[in-house]
Ligand binder design. Structure first.
Ligand SMILES: *Cc1c(COP(=O)(O)O)cnc(C)c1O
Length: 387
């Protein structure tokens, strides 16, 4: 069994993808070919973001976003401690200070109360991450940012296509609510390329212009450099592939949601018995199920949650079922961030989740027999502990 089935997905659209690649090869415009602008336009239409600017990968998108905001060395950027390293790495890379805050134990996303405690006179921006495919609490994030004059950079690498519902009934897609949204087209993401790729979203014309320049060596006119930038482009071949796959993104998201609904139903008893917690659906967001992540509870009072999670993972592995731990260490405990990042409070939820989360196989090609196998192995594991 595979954790992600990229081959099965490719086989279904092979003629279209192969033709798109062949067209790029025939045209030989490998850099900034017409397919890049076309894909950016189509993604802009899909997300509702006024500007979409392709770049080399999701990490670059985050770095370029922070560069475009003109922050000064020593400025502080609030980021959840329970996320992929890239969300915080780029902050430190630019000489800014990552200020790590706790997450909500149910949604896995930034905890609104924790932002207040992280505030200092040097706080300039906040990076909410839409982890596992569900939107962070953007209403609170945006209100907080507005009250304290902070810029908002959304990390929507895992949640392309998720939709946030505001109390007044308006909706917006992940990545289009803050000043800048950043996404990744890493092959396993909701919209995956056949290599690296990323994009930035913004509704601000001036920011869009700066982002385009920064991603292209700080130039607007060739060989005239007005900003320090970098070299980060979305390859034409990747754009051509992504443009084909974008048409199928609604189907892919539907397949993920259906697979999640199957797991929910099949694992309901196990959850009711108190062994695990199933993914929580926030009322303000749709879920794209980039990951289907359960929480393993300690089986005895005072026991270590990670021992259960790790034993479940080992049991699944023995049955030939892959599972993943995203992420085994909260960022403030990573060696690279020692002396670099500030941690605000005890970050108890982040620590607890690192010890107890387990992501089950989740992709667009799952079938009931495959999922039933996963569920049966989970149940078999917990049956040992039944009274
Ligand atoms: C994948 C990911 C990134 C980085 O994207 P790359 O394209 O791999 O550089 C950033 N943040 C989160 C939350 C991610 O999952």
């Amino acid at each position: 069994m595979q954790f992600v089935d990229l081959k099965g997905q490719y086989n279904k659209i092979k003629p279209e993808v192969d033709a798109a690649i062949a067209e790029v090869l025939a045209g030989t415009a490998f850099i900034k070919g017409p397919q890049v602008a076309l894909f950016e336009e189509n993604l802009s239409r899909f997300t509702g973001a006024k500007h979409v600017i392709g770049c080399a990968n999701g990490t670059d998108a985050l770095q370029i976003a922070l560069m475009a905001l003109e922050l000064q060395p020593g400025d502080e950027v609030i980021v959840p401690s329970f996320t992929y390293v890239a969300s915080a790495e780029v902050i430190a890379l630019l000489g800014l200070v990552p200020v790590m805050v706790d997450v909500d134990a149910r949604t896995f996303n930034i905890l609104p109360e924790s932002m207040e405690r992280a505030l200092s006179p040097r706080t300039k921006a906040i990076i909410p991450v839409h982890l596992y495919g569900q939107c962070a609490p953007m209403l609170e994030v945006l209100q907080f940012a507005k009250a304290h004059n902070l810029r908002v950079v959304e990390d929507t690498a895992q949640a392309l296509g998720a939709e946030y519902l505001f109390p007044d009934g308006t909706k917006a897609q992940a990545g289009t609510m803050g000043d800048i949204g950043c996404t990744s087209f890493f092959p396993t993401k909701n919209l995956g390329a056949y290599g690296d790729g990323g994009a930035l979203f913004t509704n601000d014309d001036a920011l869009a212009e700066r982002i385009k320049m920064i991603a292209n060596h700080g130039q607007r006119v060739k060989y005239h450099h007005s900003l320090i930038g970098c070299n980060s482009r979305l390859d034409t071949i990747q754009a051509a592939i992504l443009d084909v796959k974008l048409k199928y993104l609604p189907d892919y998201l539907k397949a993920r949601r259906e697979a999640a609904a199957f797991y929910d139903k099949a694992l309901a008893e196990t959850a009711l018995a108190g062994y695990i917690e199933l993914p929580y659906r926030a009322p303000y967001s749709t879920h794209t199920f980039h990951q289907y992540t359960i929480i393993a509870h300690p089986l005895q009072r005072g026991a270590d949650a990670s021992s259960v999670r790790d034993a479940l993972k080992a049991h699944l592995a023995q049955a030939g079922i892959p599972s993943m731990v995203y992420y085994p260490l909260p960022l403030q405990e990573q060696e690279a961030f020692k002396g670099v990042a500030k941690a605000v409070g005890g970050l108890e939820n982040a620590a607890g989740l690192s010890a107890s989360v387990l992501s089950l196989p989740m992709h667009t090609e799952l079938t009931e027999p495959i999922q039933s196998e996963v569920v049966a192995a989970c149940k078999e594991f917990f049956a040992k502990f039944a009274l």
